[in-house]
Design a protein around this ligand. Structure first.
Ligand SMILES: Cc1cc2nc3c(=O)[nH]c(=O)nc-3n(C[C@H](O)[C@H](O)[C@H](O)COP(=O)(O)OP(=O)(O)OC[C@H]3O[C@@H](n4cnc5c(N)ncnc54)[C@H](O)[C@@H]3O)c2cc1C
Length: 431
């Protein structure tokens, strides 16, 4: 049985949001990071397409408009402007951290394009951009003496009293023990909600825990019904996570075909619209999927830019160099979440949230492709700076944590899921 511990910052999640926060905290802060599974089992590792960067002042209005249009103009304008303006500095930091983005012969970044973007502004590393970024940040975090990473350890709840956060209740998923950890600040960086859906591109263990914890503790949440469906995942009858075929494949020329071999929509419209077109086509045909023909991308570009996607299609028995592959929409991203301000503060004192579990208003009703790694990193860093500037000694105050409440782990998780579903239904709009 572990003893109780005290840290300056407790971070739930080892994706880009958790890691970027940890790395931007002062070296004298003792930081504990948790991952419900292995530390590299996060959606951040799965990101394929890339990460957006503002292409000079002349791109500002277009990038802003693209993000707003994709989000049905429900985005928080201040948050969108902040993200866009900060993007070059954030990319420069990633490069300084050793992240390698594709470059042309002159050393300039190569840019790709995805649905909803009026011009190319997406940096990438083959088709494994998320792995490139996250593995570098994870290696840096592992090298920091002040950061401890505890895999297979789940945040079950926060320790809260009078709308103030004092730490968290942890569960050792390998051994089964439950114990409290006290901390001056807690960051919820638990990722998305895909594990609650039958068909999703997300890791199955991402079940909206941060949102469940917020709802249980009366912390404000927003737009829980804003869930993004990705139009093109590889069709498979096997259970488990759905494999994403990045939008940048369509950005580079791939086309969608019906059973009759004919195109039926503009592949570069925002995700929700393309998803609607695919579903309408499937209904019309009575089919389980449509087809994606990647051959227009060209053999060389397909092999060089999308090696992982091509390999995975072949594993499923479809060679994208010689035939179209079957694709179907699946749950992909969560625009709603724990409501935060421009510094990642939630409505509970000393409780922060960043990344996919948080809702800062950047994405509105629908996320523009390749904005989420960027947004996660920027808000995580802002949360870290906020924590750094307001160090509070809470070690002397340790509200008693009643561990017996958490004896039935499965029932607690079910109650979180129920909270999330009920809230989503309550908020749900007509469509
Ligand atoms: C297939 C795929 C492709 C994508 N492609 C792109 C792309 O090209 N560009 C882009 O910008 N975005 C992309 N995204 C979205 C992007 O990857 C995510 O939105 C982003 O990585 C979220 O980062 P995060 O740190 O918030 O969460 P994640 O990276 O998902 O990390 C969540 C972490 O929380 C941990 N966790 C969960 N619950 C608990 C708990 N209760 N206690 C402790 N730990 C917990 C998990 O173990 C994990 O470590 C893609 C997503 C997917 C699934």
């Amino acid at each position: 049985m572990r003893r109780e511990d005290t840290y300056d910052v407790l971070i739930a999640g080892t994706g880009v949001a958790g890691l970027c926060c940890a790395l931007n905290l002062p070296a004298q802060y003792r930081v504990l990071m948790l991952s419900k599974a292995a530390e590299d089992e996060s959606d951040s590792f799965l990101a394929q397409g890339g990460i957006c960067m503002l292409q000079g002042e002349e791109d500002f209005a277009a990038y802003f408009e693209d993000t707003m249009r994709a989000g049905h103009y429900e985005n928080d304008e201040e948050a969108v402007k902040l993200m866009i303006r900060t993007s070059p500095a954030m990319i420069a930091e990633l490069v300084a951290d050793g992240v390698d983005f594709a470059r042309d012969g002159a050393g300039n970044f190569r840019l790709t394009r995805e649905g909803g973007h009026s011009r190319p502004r997406i940096l990438f590393h083959d088709d494994v951009t998320g792995k490139e970024i996250t593995s570098k940040l994870l290696a840096l975090a592992k090298g920091r003496e002040n950061i401890e990473i505890r895999p297979q350890t789940e945040l079950l709840d926060v320790i809260a009293e009078g709308n103030e956060c004092f730490g968290g209740i942890l569960r050792d998923n390998a051994g089964g023990g439950v114990y409290p950890v006290y901390a001056a600040f807690v960051l919820l960086a638990t990722g998305g909600v895909g594990g609650l859906f039958r068909h999703s591109t997300n890791f199955r263990h991402l079940t909206g825990d941060g949102v469940g914890i917020a709802l249980r503790n009366g912390v404000a949440v927003e737009h829980i019904d804003y869930v993004q469906i990705h139009p093109t995942t590889l069709f498979s009858k096997k259970p488990g996570r759905r494999f994403l075929i990045s939008e940048s494949v369509r950005g580079e020329g791939a086309v969608l075909l019906g059973a009759d071999g004919k195109r039926f929509c503009n592949e570069l419209l925002p995700r929700d619209i393309v998803t609607g077109e695919i579903r309408a086509q499937m209904k019309k045909e009575g089919s389980e999927h449509v087809w994606l023909d990647m051959r227009p991308v060209g053999e060389k570009a397909l092999a060089e830019h999308f090696p992982t996607i091509c390999a995975r299609c072949r594993e499923e028995g479809f060679d994208p160099f010689v035939q179209p592959v079957p694709v179907v929409p699946a749950q992909h991203y969560f625009m709603g979440g724990v409501k935060v301000d421009l510094d990642g503060r939630t409505s509970m004192k000393r409780l922060f949230a960043a990344g996919e579990t948080a809702c800062n208003g950047v994405h509105g009703k629908n996320r523009l492709a390749s904005n989420s790694l960027l947004e996660s990193l920027i808000w995580a860093k802002r949360a870290a700076k906020c924590m750094a500037g307001a160090r509070t000694q809470v070690a002397s105050r340790r509200p008693r944590a009643d561990i017996s409440v958490y004896a039935d782990h499965a029932a607690l998780k079910k109650s979180y899921e129920k909270h999330i579903r009920e809230e989503a239904e309550r908020e749900a709009t007509i469509d």
